[in-house]
Design a protein around this ligand. Structure first.
Ligand SMILES: [Zn+2]
Length: 218
């Protein structure tokens, strides 16, 4: 699998031709296996994550997201109630990258795979507006797992992330058909007038209307 992923990273056509990419029917609202469609962001609009955030190299996001994320991290670091450190498990993912992540999921059935990973072309990560948070320390709880919701820094996110323009895309019990992802937050700007907020809110308009985030940015 490692060599397959390496090939996919080097050769987009190879990734997209892999048999694990679904050819499922498109729902009336545009969803494929529960996930709404999203195009990719131009790479020149991406910047590196704030220093000390990324758990591994290659964590990039839109500049306006990085600016608010830096403010969020500073607020979390100076708040004695945070109870840990917020880190980045995943940031922008290109269509090719998303295909390799989707294809690496262990479930053979694309419908089962899509419960936890969006098919390529249907991930908020492609927009450059989404990040997956991780928590350190995180004893007995792996990254991007539901147990994260029991850790104090997650509770801090729930209380505070909206002030910095972040909302949880897939809350518990969402009607979208995507499993609860406490790690996955998208940026829509703390106010509609914030730089970049109009574009984010346009891209996520259908998701926000049909399948509200929670906690959500007003
Ligand atoms: Zn995510």
């Amino acid at each position: 699998m490692r060599s397959l992923l390496a090939l996919a990273a080097l050769w987009p056509a190879a990734a997209l031709a892999q048999p694990c990419v679904p050819t499922s029917a498109i729902a009336a609202d545009g969803r494929v296996l529960g996930h709404l469609p999203y195009g990719g962001v131009a790479p020149e609009l991406l910047v590196e994550a704030p220093e000390g955030f990324a758990l591994r190299a290659g964590c990039r996001m839109r500049a306006e997201v990085a600016a608010d994320l830096a403010r969020l991290l500073a607020a979390a670091a100076s708040d004695p109630t945070t109870g840990g450190e917020l880190r980045g498990a995943s940031c922008h993912r290109s269509l090719t990258w998303q295909a390799s992540v989707f294809c690496a999921e262990s479930h053979r059935d694309p419908a089962l795979r899509a419960i936890s990973v969006a098919p390529p072309g249907h991930s908020e990560h492609a927009t450059g507006f989404a990040v997956d948070f991780a928590i350190r320390p995180s004893p007995n709880c792996p990254d991007v797992a539901g147990c994260m919701a029991a850790l104090p820094p997650y509770r801090w996110l729930v209380r505070n992330a909206a002030r910095f323009g972040f909302e949880q895309s897939f809350p518990a019990g969402n009607k979208q058909g995507v499993k609860w992802e406490p790690w996955h937050w998208r940026w829509v700007g703390a106010t509609a007038a914030a730089p970049g907020a109009a574009r984010a809110r346009f891209l996520f308009a259908k998701a926000r209307k049909l399948y509200p985030a929670g906690p959500t940015v007003p």
